[in-house]
Design a protein around this ligand. Structure first.
Ligand SMILES: C[S@@+](CC[C@H](N)C(=O)[O-])C[C@H]1O[C@@H](n2cnc3c(N)ncnc32)[C@H](O)[C@@H]1O
Length: 425
């Protein structure tokens, strides 16, 4: 097997690998701690001088400062970021801890897993929590970092085994489940949607060796790229669409899934909506009708999964237009799958009328949403809220914030002035 490595192995190679090795030594740990303290205090220049005077190599000091910066950024993804190491590209592409743990649960009950294209180990740390794992990446720096990062999370149990190799050359004998996260960046650039390394077609073909396969893909992936029988899950972190995951038939439990994660890190939670998707025969077709008292803006995970009809049924809501994914109803039903808004005013879209209504409502700040209508949002914003309007409400009182939605209702250009459901009248 080419280049087996383990968490403690030193195998000096290119400069980056050497730097990571040095940072993993006790002297490196001291350097990292000093860099973290200086970074937090904004005192990098003087700290750098002190560390050079103390005899540390300049390139290691630079590497330690770079880690301090990356760790600070990584705190949004990882609870133990301060014990982890990163590369810039690796952090950017890494799954966050919450997403990875949620996804790893799909492999419960499977034995030995392979984490192909391990990167800096965002997924590895979750997969290795319940399984023995073969971690494969052709980038030795990434693999070394991944094994270190996984050990920051693993208190007991088998340590993952690392293999520096092209994933296409790996023997998957004895593996019961495969997770693959192909690279969507190359040469410092994002690849076009649908393109990745190794290509999706190769990833799908893994089922010939191991039936239980999950593939991470871009959230914008065309639904037609997914083979029949596979599940497509779209994952949003609160309202931010993060990724799609494709589960082979042996792991699939639905055709489409919208997963909305929230509450991380203190109370992590995953809400899931499943269904056949709006392109399936017999999928629920939502009713269409005039706006009620509330407008629901579905999570992008729900719209990408084609589950707006299922959500409408769950909320007893209807669509304001057959082609627009806003739902409406007369009842407020809090849901993780949509942002509910109270409709303050609704009428045909006309900028002057809308500006007059906003002034009458005492609105001084706008969250402007446009869906299904053309137009320059910033130009419209300036016309809706001239500079004087932004400063104070009529009578000098505190202003209100409104969500203005420009869209279509029953195919007519339409505008809504909305407020958070809990805000005043
Ligand atoms: C998207 S990252 C993986 C991120 C990882 N799941 C995480 O959460 O940290 C993709 C990784 O694939 C590796 N890679 C790309 N093509 C490969 C190939 N043919 N064989 C092995 N590794 C490959 C890259 O070196 C990179 O580290």
């Amino acid at each position: 097997m080419p280049g087996q490595t383990g968490p403690g192995l030193t195998n000096p190679g290119p400069t980056a690998d050497e730097a990571i090795g040095a940072l993993l030594s006790p002297a490196g740990a001291e350097l990292l701690a000093a860099a973290a303290a200086a970074y937090a205090a904004g005192d990098e220049l003087r700290a750098g001088e002190r560390l050079r005077t103390a005899g540390h190599r300049p390139e290691l000091i630079a590497a330690a400062f770079s880690q301090a910066e990356l760790r600070a950024r990584a705190a949004a993804k990882f609870r133990r970021a301060d014990d982890m190491l990163f590369t810039r590209d690796g952090l950017e592409q890494a799954s966050s801890e919450h997403v990875a743990r949620h996804r790893a649960a799909r492999f419960t009950g499977r034995g030995r897993l392979a984490d192909l294209c391990t990167g800096i180990g965002g997924d590895l740390l979750a997969l290795a929590a319940g399984h023995s794992v073969l971690a494969v990446d052709r980038d030795p720096v990434h693999l070394r970092i991944a094994l270190h990062n996984a050990s920051a999370y693993l208190d007991a149990g088998p340590r993952p085994v690392g293999l520096v190799a092209d994933v296409r050359d790996v023997d998957l004998d004895g593996i019961d489940g495969v997770f693959v996260d192909p690279a969507r960046r190359g040469g410092g650039r994002r690849l076009p949607t649908g393109a990745c390394e190794p290509p999706l077609g190769w990833c799908f073909g893994l089922v010939e060796a191991v039936p239980a396969v999950a593939v991470k893909a871009a959230p914008g992936l065309a639904r037609t790229a997914v083979p029949p029988g596979w599940e497509t899950a779209f994952v949003a972190d609160r309202r931010e669409l993060r990724e799609s995951v494709l589960y082979a038939p042996a792991l699939a439990t639905a055709r489409r899934r919208a997963t909305v994660l929230s509450g991380w890190p203190d109370a992590p939670r995953a809400d899931e909506l499943t269904g056949p998707g709006d392109d399936a025969v017999g999928a629920p077709v939502p009713r269409v009708g005039p706006p009620g008292a509330f407008l629901y803006d579905p999570s992008p995970a729900v719209t990408r999964a084609g589950l707006v009809g299922d959500l409408a049924r769950q909320l007893d809501a209807w669509q304001i237009d057959p082609l627009i994914a806003f739902l409406t109803s007369d009842d407020l039903r809090p849901t993780p799958f949509a942002r509910p808004l109270r409709i303050g005013w609704s009428g045909p879209f006309e900028v002057r009328e809308l500006a007059r209504r906003l002034a009458a409502e005492g609105v001084t700040a706008l969250d402007l949403r446009r869906r299904g209508l053309a137009g320059d949002v910033e130009a419209i914003r300036r016309r809706l809220l001239p500079a004087r309007g932004r400063r104070s409400a009529p009578g000098g009182g505190p202003g209100r914030t409104a969500v203005v939605v420009m869209t279509r209702v029953l195919d007519r250009p339409w505008a809504f002035i909305c407020f958070e459901p809990a805000s005043g009248p």
